[in-house]
Design a protein around this ligand. Structure first.
Ligand SMILES: NC(=O)c1ccc[n+]([C@@H]2O[C@H](COP(=O)([O-])OP(=O)(O)OC[C@H]3O[C@@H](n4cnc5c(N)ncnc54)[C@H](OP(=O)(O)O)[C@@H]3O)[C@@H](O)[C@H]2O)c1
Length: 280
């Protein structure tokens, strides 16, 4: 094991994680600790070369500790951790369970990342390891309505990453942020389910959501290339001097919104939510 590099990947059972772990395992250059909570999906990865499935719930310290103990039975160090565990939410920030939903998303997308980094830090430091955080285009773009928890979490990931990078640079360790646009995964289905639930639970917004629905579908129909994403992660792991941030699959029309003043973006959403679907 010691001649190959060693990586822990959270979210290995997800739509973005799966092609990444398969590519790294097939490369012959990496030993992969593939982490997730879904045992059935973890079992599907079992048997891939140089791959160890690990049960790890990023929201629970006892689970992260157990995963660390398991990794330590194979190695005392890690060359990298790739954080792909994450959850999204389509929900109103004034819905009846808004605070609960926000807490849930933050506990996975932000606190989960921090908990794993803290728990595995000594193993990473032992090998001057690299940390790769999966943010999103939601980490740098102006927030869309009804996706507040997700945008908030990804903006927090960006700030956390900047701060961590500026601490770990003193130790010669790097922190890299990935900012993918939309890729069709289970997350897309979760967004659709959240949309329907929000429309049902919030009569105040039912008509607005019905009008915004086609715009959301247009974005969800678009998908980046999952294999290209996996190749990007391998490149970020293996390049000698990685960049601080990498974008992939960025939405062109959401990028256009970045050029407009906030007031104009507000008016555009107001128009779309009140006057119906119209091609831009
Ligand atoms: N898909 C996109 O369009 C897109 C775009 C930009 C950024 N991203 C980001 O990319 C990352 C992966 O997303 P994805 O599209 O692959 O989503 P996905 O298919 O829904 O997979 C989510 C992954 O997160 C894991 N996860 C969820 N809760 C967890 C928990 N409490 N503890 C440990 N693992 C947990 C899941 O593992 P289990 O099922 O085993 O629990 C699964 O592996 C996320 O951070 C997401 O925000 C996705």
């Amino acid at each position: 094991m010691e001649t190959k590099k060693i990586v822990l990947i959270t979210g290995a059972t997800g739509g973005l994680g799966d092609p990444v772990v398969r590519l790294l395992s097939a490369s012959g250059r990496w030993v992969v600790f593939a982490a997730g909570t879904n045992r059935e999906r973890l079992d599907r990865l079992r048997g891939l070369p140089d791959l160890h499935p690990v049960v790890l719930d990023v929201t629970r310290q006892d689970s992260v500790d157990r995963a660390r103990a398991e990794v330590l039975t194979h190695t005392a160090g890690l060359d990298a951790v790739v954080h792909l565990a994450g959850a999204s939410a389509f929900a109103s920030l004034v819905g009846t369970d808004a605070a609960e939903k926000l807490e849930h998303i933050l506990s996975i997308n932000v606190m989960g990342m921090a908990r794993v980094n803290q728990t595995f830090f000594q193993l990473l430091q032992a090998r001057g390891g690299r940390i790769i955080h999966c943010s999103s285009e939601a980490g740098w773009m102006t927030p869309q309505p009804f996706a507040g928890a997700y945008y908030l979490s990804k903006h927090a990931v960006e700030a956390y990453s900047d701060s961590l990078r500026r601490e770990l640079m003193f130790l010669g360790m790097s922190v890299v942020v990935l900012q993918p646009g939309h890729f069709r995964t289970n997350m897309s289905n979760a967004v659709r389910a959240g949309f329907e639930q929000t429309r049902k639970d919030n009569p105040l917004y039912a008509a607005v959501l019905t009008r915004l629905g086609p715009w959301m579908e247009q974005e969800l129909d678009r998908s980046g290339d999952l294999d290209a994403f996996a190749r990007l992660v391998q490149k970020v792991l293996e390049v000698r001097r990685p960049r601080i941030r990498y974008r992939i699959g960025t939405s062109r029309w959401l990028t256009l919104l970045e050029l407009l003043p906030d007031r104009l973006v507000d008016r555009l959403y107001l128009y779309l939510g009140t006057r119906g679907h119209r091609n831009l």
